[in-house]
Design a protein around this ligand. Structure first.
Ligand code: NI
Length: 188
């Protein structure tokens, strides 16, 4: 296992569409996932996508901590999951705003609108299908990670960049997000 270097916003690997993986059971995929997990945990992330480690293939790894979930019925903690060739589709029209950060955008946090509920599917490292329908924070994490595979970073999903801030400043100067969002149209 190895710690891999994390690409930061501006590196072209973060802007491209990552390639499908032909064989999820290939040894290089398993090694990649091990390195992704080690790198994510070392950096204190909730998830990571292969392009963030300069590997332009469709693999994501994430976990959902129980203390960050909302009280929606389909929002749940999730053990560490590796997904190969994941596909995400919205369930219903509802959107929600929430804070996000990204290991490729260090030091910053932003409030991002996401689909409240999604269905996602993909393959695990044994090539078995994984399919889940989730909501809230779990749905947010999956949308964020899978966006990386299409070259999208969370600031591109933001609708109000007044709430893209340095984490350190946020700690010093708490933001009334609801008041700022109330000045905007509801998320679409
Ligand atoms: Ni990210």
């Amino acid at each position: 296992m190895a710690l891999l270097k994390i690409a930061r916003m501006g590196h072209p690997v973060l802007r491209g569409r990552a390639a499908e993986i032909d064989d999820p059971t290939a040894p290089w995929v398993r090694r990649l996932v091990e390195d992704m997990i080690e790198t994510m945990e070392d950096a204190g992330g909730t998830g990571i996508a292969a392009p963030q480690l300069h590997v332009p293939h469709r693999v994501v790894v994430f976990r959902v901590d129980g203390d960050r979930i909302t009280d929606l019925p389909d929002d749940s903690g999730q053990e560490l999951t590796a997904l190969i060739n994941p596909v995400v589709e919205p369930v219903g029209d509802e959107r929600a705003y929430g804070w996000e950060g990204c290991l490729s955008v260090p030091g910053l946090r932003g409030v991002v609108p996401r689909h409240l509920r999604v269905r996602y599917r993909g393959l695990d490292l044994d090539g078995n299908p994984v399919e889940r329908e989730v909501a809230g924070f779990h749905a947010r994490v999956v949308q964020h990670e899978c966006d990386h595979l299409d070259g999208i970073l969370y600031p591109q999903r933001m609708t109000d960049h007044r709430i893209l801030v340095f984490t350190e400043e946020l700690q010093r100067h708490p933001i009334d997000v609801a008041a700022i969002l109330a000045e905007n149209e509801p998320p679409r």
